[in-house]
Design a protein around this ligand. Sequence first.
Ligand SMILES: Cc1cc2nc3c(=O)[nH]c(=O)nc-3n(C[C@H](O)[C@H](O)[C@H](O)COP(=O)(O)O)c2cc1C
Length: 207
Amino acid sequence: MNPVIAALNFRHACKAFDQEKKISKAHMDTILTAAHLSPSSFGLEAWKFLVISSDEVKKALRPACWNQPQITDASHVIVILSKPGVADPSHEYIKLNFKRRDLPEDLTKAYIEKYTHHMETEVFPRMTAYAWCSKQCYIALANIMTAAASEGIDSCPIEGFEKEWVEKVLSIDTEQYEVAVVVALGYRVKEQPPRKRHPLENIVEYR
Ligand SMILES: Cc1cc2nc3c(=O)[nH]c(=O)nc-3n(C[C@H](O)[C@H](O)[C@H](O)COP(=O)(O)O)c2cc1C
């Protein structure tokens, strides 16, 4: 079987983690490399990955996450932070982001103009900078889960949390970062349940 499909078959939203089994540093490095290599619109990388392994911090975090046991039972919890402030076309970060491509000056200028136009006409009329940056964070989330699964590591994506409470518990500087999504990582104690998916032909259309 294709190894990516094998990993995707292994992955499920794990609800019960083995509290005793910890993910090795080498495996966490692999998982974080998958996050690091994730694409983002315009290559903005407006994110940060807060890796939590401290039992004390996980315990404090759990009530802010609908008291879900995955938070305390998992080996590691990654809180993916979105960095919406830098998406503002006038932010210095935008200039630096395009300059680092080492393109001729006129092309860099054209990229910044294209970005500004796109954000003003397509993105901001429809969503906040937080929502747009969080969309990119979810790409990293998917890669984290697939990379984990490829190493036999289970995960549970978590949106069931009270954002402001989580930010308070973790003392997030909300002027810079906001919580996008959370993922718990560890090892399952139970068999994974049968997969529920609508038939492929219902969701795919060829033209
Ligand atoms: C963005 C996102 C947020 C989710 N939040 C939670 C959550 O807070 N708690 C939970 O137990 N499962 C959560 N899930 C898991 C979904 O319920 C699960 O992925 C879905 O039912 C499909 O099951 P599967 O992942 O096992 O294939 C979340 C999934 C996604 C993608």
